[in-house]
Design a protein around this ligand. Structure first.
Ligand code: BGC
Length: 750
């Protein structure tokens, strides 16, 4: 398939490097070149920070509502600011002639490099190289190295290292723009600092910055001073330079929030961290960060041999996932847009549990445990949500932030920018069984029975209680209905008996009943309650029409339209005549719904049913969510729809490289990234776990691929799987012997 790179300036010329050529100030690239370590993130805006850039600095878990409609991830002061002045004139690249400008994201090392050569009207030629990273070894530290070469001029070069508090959430949207903090800046020769207090008073964040000279050639430092402008704080170094001078600096940015220490200690702590970072120095900070990155890649990398575009794009997806999570912090999870932008306000959706979590579960299980623990910590909030709706147990919020309460905004816009009521927070309730499902998937793969007992079981019982109280009994049909919901396909609202929701709710109830005898006591589960769960689960209505699963009651009566036209990125175009303000009228769907269900609970469907449903729904899916293509890739591989599998895989892996949803500027599509991994693991490698808990491997490779190599964890072992067209090789790298797997239908002992 031919996918046009929407941004032809983005290359993937080496297996681990993403390159952008030209001086572009492109907002999608700000997202792509974010440096993040799951604790803090800074979007890839330039050091100078030009007016038309959208700076974004976020500390995971720091949310505020202020004057916004709902609580949002706070955009904090921009801490990577650095400007150069020559003989007191600002080097503004918009006015200079930029001969060369390149940014390179080295995914292997987790380092973003920017290099440019430019000349001004007076003919002065300057070359600058900066590197930046968000340390994986010390997650509260950002580090940079800056090399300035004065090619053909002498004089006084001033380097200003600054923190800029003139930032906003949703800067480019005057209706929703908000600054979520009051800032107190300070500066002296040791640092530029800011202490931010969020508007609602929940959080304090301290940021401190300082630079030190690494080396000078044909240059001398003639002074250091600092300035505090109230909304901007900076330290300055003056250098007297000769022609050909090279100034090399290193710079540390330290963070501390009241999520880690009490508010009054943030200032002192951040100063200590800054001093520690400067003492450690760039070389060591870089080395320890790279060591961590190498260790992460050793566990998480996948190689696709024979398709360099797919190989690199998949790695970019994995890179973004790795950089969005922090295994040391159980109180946060990954937002739909990573920590890379303000789309969806930093909120956490089912995207994390069903699309991203499988990657962490199998590649980085300690990360998965922390991410699932976030839901366990928010169980009280989920109980309050259920209670507020008049139900028992726990209902997880469709959009979640720091409280576990429902955070979905009530109003938004349709495809024609008409103001519309958003119902997802009220009725898109499948997230509750999705979370229970993800917990089982983690436990099944990791064998972490302590987590099952302490954290998963209470969640699974409380979510079952919610479902038991949410069901409505229809005496006449002797069936239970779940009415008035939204399923994964959000084009259809207020529907009854969504097959996806009902089948997973049934699974949730049955699984809770299964666990009750062993783990129920702590949650007060009695035999009677568990028996009720089994009885009601057996009578949940799941609409069907022969082999075809009806997405919900009455879906097949809607007007039928097929999708036949595609854009340059192979994304579907609206079929002619469809009124996009009344999508509920048609049998077209936003994203995988029935097809996603067949992936999650594959054992409940025959191969023929899977194929029939895949073909039916694939032709009617608009992919207006980036979540859809990965599921069609995965299920395409499993149902023998090979052309579709590969095409949808490329749509998924290229989501943010090609910006094929058109909104990469607002953050990465973290679920598409996770879904890409799912497509490789469950789809192409055909990995699953059977009813007895054994590993099953039944791969199919796209013709163009020579092979896939991936490492993963299963029940305390590290395994390496190599799949080629003729062979499947499963090796045990570490962990106990005695694992049996079914490979291509035959039992294999490792
Ligand atoms: C999708 C949801 C998804 C959300 C956040 C929506 O457009 O329909 O399934 O959870 O985006 O990514």
């Amino acid at each position: 398939m031919d996918i046009n790179m929407a941004k032809e300036s983005i290359h993937m010329d080496s297996a681990r490097i993403i390159t952008e050529d030209g001086f572009r100030l492109d907002r999608a690239s700000e997202t792509r070149f974010t440096v993040s370590n799951g604790c803090f993130a800074v979007r890839g805006t330039s050091e100078e920070l030009y007016d038309n850039e959208t700076p974004g600095t976020y500390v995971a878990g720091v949310f505020d509502k202020g004057n916004s409609a709902v609580t949002e991830l706070v955009n904090l002061p921009y801490p990577f600011g650095m400007r150069i002045y020559i003989d007191r004139e600002y080097v503004d690249l918009r006015e200079w002639t930029v001969g060369f400008h390149r940014r390179e994201l080295d995914m292997a090392r987790g380092v973003l490099t920017r290099e440019y050569a430019a000349a001004d009207a007076k003919g002065r030629r300057l070359r600058v190289r900066t590197e930046r990273l968000a340390s994986m070894a010390k997650r509260y530290i950002g580090a940079s190295r800056i090399v300035i070469t004065c090619e053909n001029f002498g004089g006084v070069v001033n380097v200003e290292n600054f923190i800029d508090c003139n930032v906003y959430n949703l800067k480019n949207n005057p209706n929703e723009r908000e600054r979520h903090f009051a800032a107190r800046t300070s500066a002296d020769d040791n640092a530029a600092r800011v202490i931010c207090a969020t508007k609602d008073g929940d959080y304090t964040v301290a940021i401190a910055v300082n630079a030190k000279t690494r080396s000078l050639a044909k240059a001398g430092c003639i002074g250091r001073y600092s300035r505090d402008f109230g909304n901007y704080a900076a330290v300055y170094d003056d250098f007297e330079v000769e022609e050909g001078a090279v100034i090399e600096l290193e710079r540390v940015t330290a963070f501390c929030s009241s999520r880690e220490v009490s508010s009054d200690l943030t200032e002192k702590t951040v100063s200590g961290r800054l001093a520690e970072g400067l003492k450690t120095g760039w070389d060591k900070l870089l080395a320890e960060h790279v060591r961590e990155m190498e260790n992460l890649w050793e566990r998480a990398d996948i190689t696709i041999d024979g398709d360099s575009e797919a190989d690199k794009a998949l790695r970019f997806c994995l890179y973004n996932l790795i950089c969005s999570a922090n295994p040391l912090d159980e109180e946060v999870s990954i937002g739909a847009k990573g920590l890379h932008g303000e789309g969806y306000k930093g909120h956490v959706f089912w995207d994390t549990e069903l699309f991203m979590l499988p990657f962490f579960t199998y590649a980085l299980p300690d990360y998965a445990r922390a991410l699932l623990s976030y839901r366990w910590h928010k169980l009280e909030g989920a109980k309050k949500n259920a209670e507020a709706g008049g139900y028992a147990g726990a209902r997880y919020p469709w959009e979640s932030a720091d409280s576990g309460l429902e955070e979905t905004p009530s109003w938004g816009f349709d495809y024609k920018r008409n103001k519309v009521r958003i119902w997802t927070g009220d009725i898109e309730i499948h997230i509750t069984c999705d979370i229970a499902y993800a917990m089982r998937e983690y436990v099944r793969a990791s064998g972490d029975t302590e987590f099952l007992r302490e954290r998963a079981a209470p969640v699974i019982f409380e979510t079952a209680r919610f479902w038991a109280s949410r069901l409505e009994y229809d005496k006449e049909r002797d069936l239970y209905d779940i009415k008035g919901v939204i399923g994964p396909d959000e084009f259809h609202e207020h529907i009854d008996n969504n097959a996806y929701t009902n089948t997973l709710a049934r699974w949730n109830l049955r699984y809770a009943a299964e666990l009750a005898a062993e783990y129920g006591a702590g949650s007060g589960v009695t035999d009677k309650e568990a028996n009720i769960w089994v009885d009601v689960a057996d009578k949940i209505c799941v609409p069907r029409s022969g082999g075809l699963i009806e997405q919900y009651d009455g879906f097949f009566k809607k007007q039928d339209v097929l999708i036949t036209e595609f854009d340059a990125n192979q994304m579907p175009l609206w079929p002619e005549g469809v009124d996009i303000t009344k999508l509920g009228k048609y049998q077209i769907v936003k994203q995988a719904d029935v097809v996603m269900l067949m992936h999650l609970l594959g054992e409940e469907f025959t191969p023929e049913e899977m194929k029939e449903n895949y073909i039916y729904y694939e032709n009617r899916t608009m992919h207006k969510s980036s979540l859809g293509p990965s599921m069609y890739a995965l299920m395409g591989a499993r149902t023998g729809q090979h052309g579709k599998a590969y095409a949808n895989f490329m749509r998924t892996v290229l989501t943010d490289i090609a910006d094929n949803q058109g909104n990469t500027a607002h953050g990465i599509h973290a679920a598409a990234a996770g879904g890409a991994w799912c497509a490789v693991f469950y789809g192409f490698c055909g990995i699953g776990v059977d009813a007895a808990g054994n590993l099953v491997i039944d791969p199919w490779l796209p013709e163009k691929w020579n092979g896939i190599t991936m490492n993963f964890h299963f029940l305390g072992r590290r395994l390496r799987l190599t799949v080629t067209h003729g062979e499947v090789k499963l090796e045990r790298l570490s962990g106990p012997e005695g694992l049996t797997a079914t490979v291509n239908g035959g039992a294999v002992e490792l």
